[in-house]
Ligand binder design. Sequence first.
Ligand code: GLV
Length: 323
Amino acid sequence: MVKPRVLVTRRWPAAVEARLSEQFDAQLNLSDKPLAPEDLRAALRKYDAILPTVTDKIGAPALEVDKPQTRILANYGVGYSHIDLEQAGRQGIVVTNTPDVLSECTADLAMTLMLMVARRAGEGERELRAGRWTGWRPTHLVGTKVTGKTLGIVGYGRIGQEMAKRAHHGFGMRILAYNLHPVAPEVLARCDATQVDSIDELLPQCDFVSLHCPGGEANRHLINAHRLNLMRPNAYLINTARGEVIDEMALSHALSFESIGGAALDVFDGEPNINPTLKNSGRLVMLPHLGSATREAREAMGFRVLDNLEDFFAGRDPRDRVN
Ligand SMILES: O=CC(=O)O
């Protein structure tokens, strides 16, 4: 039987690349450079499956290819706001993602950011490495206690719930949840969480706010100047979701005018380019999109893509189909 032709757009963990090459006629990307838009369009005419990541912008123009050969975009990653699902659907292309397997690690990283920004860990490390540390003193880099505070979670899905678990059971935090749809009472009860009806109602009650909603146009600038103003002046904002969810100019202003306590971001609008105004703030922790970056999660994500491909090419509906 002829093996399906599969294009992998970035380097993947070695064990997954090896399995892919056994099972499929796989074209790996040994240079690990993101595909140019014209290469992507050419690939849609050539490969049965393309396995993209968040660095491949597959909007409507990229998908406007006459009679594509590609029948599935099996995304490596849970977020898929970089793919135009409607246009893919119109072209008869199935789209899948990799949920579940990265939820714990992404929540671990959101906790890392929350602790770093509250305890001024980034500032401390920068000071020490620059040789500016003059020794212990009672007033040095005094931060904010995390244990027992109130955490607002925007998007109470798989990752949001993992974040709540860590914060509530590990740090005794009170959990407030905002979610587009009602959350089942038994799910809220696991962390003694209270669901609120709107983000505007959530923000003024929180010491920390962590974003776990999808990106994309629907949630662009969900956190804007008006909502930053609703946050407490000493509250912290954490984003491991997608950069576009925050209006970064409004965040820069809020940080410069100290209308919030600080922020910690793993994702940026237009990443890897960073809005230069963000770099001016000492009270901002920034990481380069590391949410799922553990050996365990990255392998599991790759194997989950393989599961989706196996289902698809065996004529079954892939378990992680999103369109
Ligand atoms: O950001 C990474 C992902 O969506 O999996």
